[in-house]
Design a protein around this ligand. Structure first.
Ligand code: GTQ
Length: 318
């Protein structure tokens, strides 16, 4: 029987001043048998968040905020963590506003939720955005956002910010002007219009389809994050999936729920509707179920490129 003798307690106390700690008391936490993400499955309800975004637009001037974003923070974690490894936020911009030009080491992708006449200018290309479009801001490229026409614009931001908590090497720079000089372009290799994405999904003759966003070279969207779109027909579900990357999902359209098999054998059910966002922590076994009468379309991003390049990615065939 291991004892906590007085001698042992004294021994442990004597370690502290020398800046050493025993491994044996924390071994199983340091080297667990399966991934132990801290994030918990969570849904962010757009119906509840939209009024808060509108309120932020009224109360917080663009000049004050640089980026007017409500971060989607996991209840088991702290900002900027939506999952242990992913960051997501909802960005809100009013007509006539500019979110000023900056550039940073972090990579960003955007999925447009609502509004028209908004643009992101990336390294000289002004790219207008519509509902469902994905726009990338590659690392260290100048970007500012603007909004013309009527009404606000709202989109989902996906960034690799949590990595920069673990490896604090993010650089950022501000441009001396609000806008970096840019020309409007109709097409761009960093814009993925929803129309083409949905056509890909609908060309698959199956009740479930998945589309992998890639760069022209076939590479993932970035060295850390990449994205997918999925279609699940009415009353049908996706396959079970289990990976050590985590996921942030955004519902483009449809109603349904995600079933997550917990380690204790119980199911967690995340119910979602159009425009909701939810997360699936690493190594959770899950499937998407369409509970509505129409096809459901979902967008998601994950950190599988990071794990693959580190040679630690795992996926289990369910
Ligand atoms: O639009 O550049 O949600 O820099 C977080 C950090 C958005 C952006 C975020 C950012 C941005």
């Amino acid at each position: 029987m291991p004892s906590t003798s007085h001698e042992k307690v004294e021994f442990l106390k004597s370690l502290k001043p020398e800046n050493v700690e025993p491994l044996w008391t924390v071994m199983s936490a340091m080297v667990p048998p399966v991934p132990m993400p801290k994030a918990v499955p969570t849904v962010w309800d757009y119906k509840k968040l939209r009024p808060l975004l509108v309120e932020s637009g009224r109360l917080v001037p663009a000049e004050e905020s640089e980026r007017r974003v409500l971060m989607l923070i996991n209840p088991a974690l702290k900002a900027p963590q939506t999952t242990d490894t992913l960051y997501a936020g909802l960005q809100y911009i009013n007509t006539g506003e500019v979110a000023p030009a900056h550039r940073h080491s972090a990579f960003a992708l955007r999925f447009i939720i609502e509004g028209e006449g908004g643009y992101t200018a990336v390294e000289g290309q002004r790219i207008y955005m519509n509902r469902g479009d994905v726009i990338l801001t590659p690392r260290w490229e100048w970007h500012d956002h603007g909004k013309e026409g009527d009404g606000p614009m709202i989109w989902l931001d996906g960034l690799d910010l949590p990595l920069f908590q673990a490896i604090p090497v993010n650089f950022a720079e501000h441009y001396h002007d609000d806008c970096y000089p840019a020309e409007t372009v109709a097409e761009s290799n960093i814009k993925f219009p929803w129309k083409a994405t949905q056509e890909h999904l609908d060309s698959v003759k199956d009740d479930y389809a998945v589309f992998n966003y890639t760069r022209e070279s076939g590479a993932p969207l970035s060295s850390i994050l990449t994205a997918q779109a999925e279609r699940v027909n009415a009353g049908k579900s996706s396959e079970w999936r289990q990976e050590n990357s985590s996921f942030v999902y955004h519902v483009y359209e449809g109603t349904g729920y995600t079933v997550i098999k917990e380690d204790n054998g119980e199911d967690t059910v995340l119910k979602w509707d159009g425009k909701d966002t939810f997360c699936v922590p690493a190594w959770k076994k899950f499937k998407l179920v369409n509970g509505g009468a129409e096809s459901a379309y979902l967008f998601s991003f994950n950190d599988s490129p990071l794990l693959k390049s580190l040679e630690i990615h795992r996926a289990k065939q369910a």
